[in-house]
Write a protein of this length. Sequence first.
Length: 428
Amino acid sequence: PYNGPSADEILSKRKEFLSPSMFYFYEKNPLHLVHGKMQYLFDSNGRRYLDAFGGIATVSCGHCHPDVVEAIVNQTKRLQHSTILYLNNAITDFAEALASKLPGDLKVVFFTNSGTEANELAIMMARLYTGCHDIISLRNAYHGNAAATMSTTGQSVWKFNVVQSGVHHAINPDPYRGVFGSDGEKYAKDVEDLILFGTSGRVAAFMSEAIQGVGGIVELAPGYLPAAYSAVRKAGGLCIADEVQSGFARTGSHFWGFENQGVVPDIVTMAKGIGNGIPLGAVVTTPEIAEVLCHSNYFNTFGGNPVCTSAGLAVLRVIEKENLQENAHVVGSYLKERLMAIKNKHEIVGDVRGRGLLLGVELVTDRKLKTPAKAETLHIMDKMKEMGVLVGKGGFRGNVFRITPPLCFTKEDADFVADVMDCAMSKI
Ligand code: PMP
């Protein structure tokens, strides 16, 4: 039993000592979590919740997966230190294993502590390699909150009014709300236009997610990435895939999100699921591009430290040992079917989308006008929590459920999520 501080005490300390910018879900009655086990979370009263969102918040194998915990504890007992200056096998073992998961010549790894850091580094490397400054990213994207990554992020709600130069945001190839529907090649024409009319004709890079996470699980229209990559490469630019949310087996059919569109990027960035909750990110690129960091001195004190990379290696092994990619495919496809059936039953569901265990349900008050059902989304989310299921919320308009559970989710779990969602919707 839990006998630490109460939720009210924690809230009042947060108010006094933490940044007022920090937000939390379930505002009227925030969740006070004290324990996690695989796909379950437990609150301070011992109540169990099925976690259908922890995947995005970093957990790929399951909360406190014993193999990952053991790897972290063992390495912490042996040695935790900076990544730089001395040799240690944890970083090389993980780098080798990670490189083996990537296609082509993508085999040089640089570790960071977060997704933002990984994307910042990727953008800098592209600028150094090409000698160009301009970057193209997508409207509705989220890539981080430091200088360059806040520039590439394409949603006003995550941006501040500070200098963000040289970034052009292309029309989002959003099959549900976009002007060209599911015609990826038509959207890619906008990338060509941005290069022609907004830059010198040469660019440093194009950066995008394969399925936008924060943006509300928007799967880029088919055919988009091959056409966009080709336009960018003609302009001398590199193609950066942000796999922070869509990587690490989550889409089920493939290990990386970009593989769903049949492209091979020049730089791949990752974080979140890579460490099952431990702060870890990485940039993987080709030996030739990696050379640019030798032009000066560059390091990251903790990026790739022994404890975090031991966790990373354990995560990769668990994904393989427990067939989690296959599971994401099977359970994710099943859950998507169940969500489609909910769409047929409830007018409020405008769209069901995504792949594997990266699924989205967009709620609208009018299917034709696609009017965002923001208040209803919050209401249903609260009701689902009361019934023991946690889902995420996202999208620029705050009307999309994000369903991104740990990859150990079962069909029974999928049924429970769908039944609870159906029941909550029936009541409004
Ligand atoms: N890229 C994507 C696609 C993300 O979703 C996020 C975080 N939501 C980031 C980058 C930034 O990662 P971090 O918060 O670890 O800096």
